[in-house]
Design a protein around this ligand. Sequence first.
Ligand SMILES: NC(=O)C1=CN([C@@H]2O[C@H](COP(=O)(O)OP(=O)(O)OC[C@H]3O[C@@H](n4cnc5c(N)ncnc54)[C@H](O)[C@@H]3O)[C@@H](O)[C@H]2O)[C@@H](O)CC1
Ligand SMILES: Nc1ncnc2c1ncn2[C@@H]1O[C@H](COP(=O)(O)OP(=O)(O)OP(=O)(O)O)[C@@H](O)[C@H]1O
Ligand SMILES: [Mg+2]
Length: 367
Amino acid sequence: MLASSAVFRRQQFLIRSLGGYSDHIDSRRMQDIRSMSGTTFEADAENVMREITSVLDPSKHKGQAGKIAVIGGCREYTGAPYFAAISALKIGADLSHVFCTKDAAPVIKSYSPELIVHPILEESYNISGLEDEERRCISSKILAEVDKWMERFDCLVVGPGLGRDPYLLECVSEIMKHARQSNVPIVIDGTSITYLMDIAQDGLFLVTNSIALVSGYPLAVLTPNVNEYKRLVQKVLNCEVNDRDAPELLQSLAKQIGGVTILQKGKSDLISDGEIAKSVSIYGSPRRCGGQGDILSGSVAVFLSWARAKGKATTSQMNPTVLGCIAGSALLRKAASLAFKDKKRSTLTTDIIECLGRSLEDICPAC
Ligand SMILES: NC(=O)C1=CN([C@@H]2O[C@H](COP(=O)(O)OP(=O)(O)OC[C@H]3O[C@@H](n4cnc5c(N)ncnc54)[C@H](O)[C@@H]3O)[C@@H](O)[C@H]2O)[C@@H](O)CC1
Ligand SMILES: Nc1ncnc2c1ncn2[C@@H]1O[C@H](COP(=O)(O)OP(=O)(O)OP(=O)(O)O)[C@@H](O)[C@H]1O
Ligand SMILES: [Mg+2]
């Protein structure tokens, strides 16, 4: 960490000495800065995967390879939480839970008997006509139900298929507060990322329910797609996104949100915890079918848990959240590439999920 912050300070010094963002440094000069700083911008993703992947060992018991919970799934979206949760299992986690709305639960259960599905969340339409006191009582029960499990989880994935219902999101923001109090890592995906920002803007809820929810929490990972990222940058840094100085902008954003890790999804995935910026550009697939971001969130959750479990045993000085993002991104891309080789235009998210195991096996053989 010390070494990487020294590198970061040197990068910042070089950037400042060349005039900072506002002076429109061209991409060539930015490349020079990156190479001068002594860091390799492209992550050595395969080595990271080898280093953090949990070893299969007969002495281990159920749960030691990871217990993941996905908070997501509502009346509209049932696929997204399933994709995230099943991906976690296919990569090697032992247990995968889904906390979703009552309507979504039977559907998600019917996709797979492997998932442990908790039908506990409520949307506004289901509680319309209730007094405020009754609504608060329902929220408390939901929170108590999740709390029973919280300490057992190695990572929460909040957001896949969560939608935008205000009552539901208010409950989920409370769940996130409890996760933070219990030091459980949180991967925040989907519309909930930008919704948190909307809350701040609209003042719908207390400021503590907004970006402050994750700000300064080093175990938080945000995985914005192109739209979600644009809105985050606008709200937090009050500027527009440009491709020219993408890593530097990402690094500033992560720093501004108090050192959370951000995985900016795109043609290359960019990752920063505010200290360093890394890229994963392994070739994936030209298919842009919906659901690939959901696989990514489940994948990051597993690798992040494994990286934390290895702790100081890894030779890398990088933050475990960054290592988790690098490995999660690389595996999704490899699986997408493998699936596309076979299915071409008809490649779907479920095909990519089927390739996760083989893609990891190619890099870290099970035995
Ligand atoms: N099967 C499912 O249940 C799925 C549910 N999903 C959920 O659907 C909800 C909405 O997610 P979306 O990702 O659609 O919302 P976004 O706000 O990211 O996307 C909305 C629209 O933005 C445009 N767009 C997307 N990528 C773009 C790019 N690279 N450049 C320019 N425009 C672009 C597209 O027209 C897209 O329909 C989330 O809650 C998410 O979790 C998705 O995860 C997909 C799968
Ligand atoms: N233009 C691109 N070229 C290559 N790969 C891409 C491109 N855009 C995204 N990806 C890959 O697809 C993954 C998912 O990114 P995407 O932008 O589709 O997320 P998303 O919109 O959140 O997906 P979802 O449909 O699950 O919500 C990224 O991690 C990245 O590896
Ligand atoms: Mg998404």
